[in-house]
Structure formats: C-alpha cells, structure tokens
Write a protein that binds this ligand. Structure first.
Ligand SMILES: [Zn+2]
Length: 460
C-alpha cells in the first residue's frame, strides 16, 4: 500500500530540487502554490466506435470532446487532476494516461487523477479488450489504438505547455448548490424481496417509472475554486449523474453536463472550468428526461443554473496547507463464467454485439488483477476541503459515505477514474441484482476494500 502525505509548506524548501522547476518560468517564486490550467481536444475521428463499439460509430460531431485539467505546483511533486469527455478509460489505457501526464508534469503517476465524464457517444478505451476483439475479423473495434496514442501525445504536450504558464494561487473556496430536476435513482422498481425488476435509465417514457420518486441521489453540485488574490483562476465542479440525454445516433457530443460546462466557460471566460462526474453508477436523468432535444436543452439549463448557484456561494480563504494521500486497492474479480468461456464467447459468431464485446472487458479486468496492477484511490486536502478520486461506476452511496466520514462534510467526489471494474455497487445491493450488479466485475468485497481506501485517504 502506498500512502503519501506531503504538506506544501513543509515541502516548499525543496522547490528548486523538483524536476519541473528547471522548465518552469515560475521557478523563482519558490514556496508558492501555482496552478497550470490545460485543455486539449479528444474528439474521435469519423467511424470511431462509440461506447466501446456497442452503438453506432461516429458520423457527425455535434460538439467537440475535451480533456480539461489543472496541474498544482508547489505542494511537493506536482499534482494533476483531469476530466475527459469519454465513456471510460480502463486498465492499461488508464495507466498510460497517468504515466504520460506524470512524465510531462515531472511527477509520479500516483499523483495524477484522470477521470471520465462518461458521455456515451464517445470513446470507451480499453486497450487489452481492443486486442481481443481485433483478433476477430468480424467484430467492431472498441477503440482505435492510433487515435488513443495521439490523445496521449496531446496530453503530454498540453501539460508541458501549461506548466510554463502557471499562475500563483493564494486562496481556495468551496461552494455547493442543489441541482433541480436532473438526477434520479435508477433502481427503484423492485419486487417484495427488494430485487430490482427494471431500470429507470438515462431516458424514460414509462409513466410508471417516471412517477416514482427521485430515490437516493446526492442533490448537491459542489465547486472547489482556486484564486490568485481576488481573481478566480479555476473552478472544479462535481455532480453525480449519468450524463446522457440521448445517444447511440452516431453524433458526438459532450451532452448536457458538457454543454452546461461549455456555457459556463463562455460566460466566465477568465476562469478555467472543469467538470467531474461523481458516484453516478445508480443515478441518471430518467425521471426528468424523455430523450428529446428539448429535454437535453432543459437538462443543460438546469445544470448551468446549478453551476452558477454553486459559484455564488464561494467564500475564498488563504491556502495554508495541502496534502495528497493515496491508497492502492486490488479488488477480487467476479468473473462468471471463467476466462476460457469468455474467450469462447468473444469468438462465437452466433452471438451478437455486447455479448461478444463485453466479455473482452471482463477478460481484460481479470488479467489485470492477475498482474496485480492496483487501482489508486487518492484525495487532495486543501485546508480541509477534500477532493476524492474514485474508480469506475461507483454507486452514489460511496459518495454519501465519503461526505459522512469528514466532520464538516466538505468532500467533492470524482468517480469514473480507472474504469476497469465497471460497476461498483455497495455490498447490500449485490443480492438485489439488476443491470448494474450483472456487470459489476468485482465481488462484493470491493465495498469493504474501497471504503477502507476512502477512509485512509480522507482522514488518514
Ligand atoms: Zn454508466
């Protein structure tokens, strides 16, 4: 288990020894916290698979996809936080992103948090799964490896360039506001034993499902902002919902959360806006979304209202200390059937679409665990404001649990980091079945493992 704690005040005397100091134009401001905002385009080319090849490939780009992040300098080795407008980045691909960005920033991969926003008309990158389906001449690809490699090159170049233009940071603030009529729980339709009968997905036209209550969600959108004096330099936003209004039509889009982020960026151009999706494994817009363009516009407007309201509640205070904690976890695979049978399914021409494609993701996860490549859970603590970084499609209960671990509840959660595990239900939900549990690649011991990792990085 790795466990790093560095105070930026304690580490400040080591500034001139840090690898990036030689490259940075701001090296003379020794001991000061700096922030380097970056963004680069990750829009897939025409014909690229969407959502890992389950749905129509790219035919049109309605609005481009971006990777957006910040590098924090002056708190020990650099820390990088990045949100990517993709469905997921899994296993080797996730390690590749963190390693390339770490090299560019002059830090280590455990200090780089890469998360997906989880739009579905977007790439879903698992390089091992791609190799398995590419060996079958009749299967659609999962991700184009050359496009993926180009995106990683862009990440490297973008981070290197950003560090040369970093700006001092003196203050930090956290705001929050409830988002109205967007998020709703997907798992409300249950039998007398509590088993899930049907999912209220991202869009719904079923009056019975729509009439059900919102169910368990985290209504708060949270913003953590960094300031240079009175100038707001970057706002990191966090909200837990699946981000899809409608998809599978070959039209690339950052969807309603990305469109809201872009609108906020346009109206507040001097600040760098980043949006992270929280623990939304069992949360989507189904109660409030009938999958029409009008519904997408309405959801975008409600998210934008949430972003604005959260930022109105920012009350900056001077930054005194920063720590970065990590904990590694190696869950137990829950592969059914065995890997040999999964490989047979991938090769079975009588099966269609996801029935041949999803086993490739499962095999990739099992092999990754055999190689003991851990998932890194991390938290940035800025004077008690905690940014928690979790993997994959974690259930919203983890986010609520995280806020309850800290006395003042000041925790902003980004999930959809390493996507290898697919869904991460809480232990009590495994017996209740439903779609999410059926595609959870780890057994229910992941609940205790991840909860311990969360506690370790949040409160030590
Ligand atoms: Zn999902």
């Amino acid at each position: 288990m790795l466990h790093h704690r560095r105070s930026f005040l304690a580490a400040s005397t080591a500034w001139t020894l840090l690898p990036y100091a030689a490259q940075s134009a701001t090296a003379e401001s020794a001991g000061n916290l700096h922030l380097a905002p970056f963004r680069f385009d990750v829009t897939p080319p025409m014909g690229h698979p969407c959502c890992g090849g389950w749905i129509k490939p790219v035919e049109v780009v309605d609005d481009p996809l971006e990777a957006i992040g910040v590098v924090l300098l002056g708190a020990g080795k650099p820390i990088v936080l990045c949100a990517v407008d993709w469905t997921g980045i899994l296993n080797e691909a996730h390690v590749a992103w963190r390693t390339a960005i770490a090299e560019a920033a002059g830090t280590t991969p455990d200090r780089v948090a890469v998360h997906c926003v989880h739009q579905h008309n977007a790439p879903f990158a698992c390089l091992e799964a791609e190799k398995l389906v590419a060996a079958q001449t009749d299967l659609q690809h999962i991700v184009f490896p050359d496009f993926h490699a180009r995106c990683i090159d862009k990440a490297r170049a973008s981070v290197e360039k950003a560090i040369k233009n970093s700006v001092p940071i003196s203050h930090v603030a956290m705001g929050s506001a409830a988002v109205e009529r967007v998020a709703s729980n997907r798992r409300l339709d249950r039998d007398a034993e509590g088993r899930v009968k049907s999912m209220r997905g991202s869009a719904s036209s079923d009056a019975r499902l729509i009439a059900m209550p919102e169910g368990l969600i985290d209504p708060l959108l949270r913003t953590v902002a960094f300031f240079n004096g009175t100038q707001k330099v970057a706002s990191l936003h966090y909200y837990a919902t699946h981000p899809m209004s409608y998809y599978a039509d070959g039209r690339v889009t950052s969807d309603f959360v990305g469109l809201a982020r872009k609108a906020r960026q346009a109206e507040d151009a001097t600040c760098h806006h980043v949006y992270f999706t929280g623990c939304a494994g069992n949360v989507a817009a189904g109660k409030y979304n009938n999958g029409t363009p009008k519904a997408r516009a309405d959801l975008t407007a409600r998210m934008l209202a949430g972003l604005r309201a959260s930022e109105e509640r920012l009350n900056p205070v001077p930054v005194k200390s920063i720590t970065w904690n990590t904990a590694e976890m190696l869950p137990t695979a829950r592969i059914k059937p065995a890997v040999q049978e999964l490989l047979a399914s991938i090769a079975n021409k009588a099966l269609k679409g996801a029935a041949r494609n999803r086993p490739a993701y499962e095999v990739a996860w099992a092999r990754r665990l055999e190689k003991k490549i851990p998932i890194v859970v991390s938290a940035l603590n800025v004077d008690g404001i905690r940014l928690l970084h979790l993997p994959a499609e974690s259930f919203v209960q983890y986010q609520i649990r995280a806020t309850s671990m800290v006395a003042d509840g000041r925790v902003a959660v980004a999930a959809y980091g390493d996507g290898g595990p697919w869904y991460i239900p809480i232990k009590e939900e495994y017996p209740n079945g439903g779609y999410e549990v059926s595609v959870a690649f780890s057994d229910d011991s992941i609940d205790a493992t991840m909860t311990a990792a969360m506690r370790r990085v949040l409160i030590g």
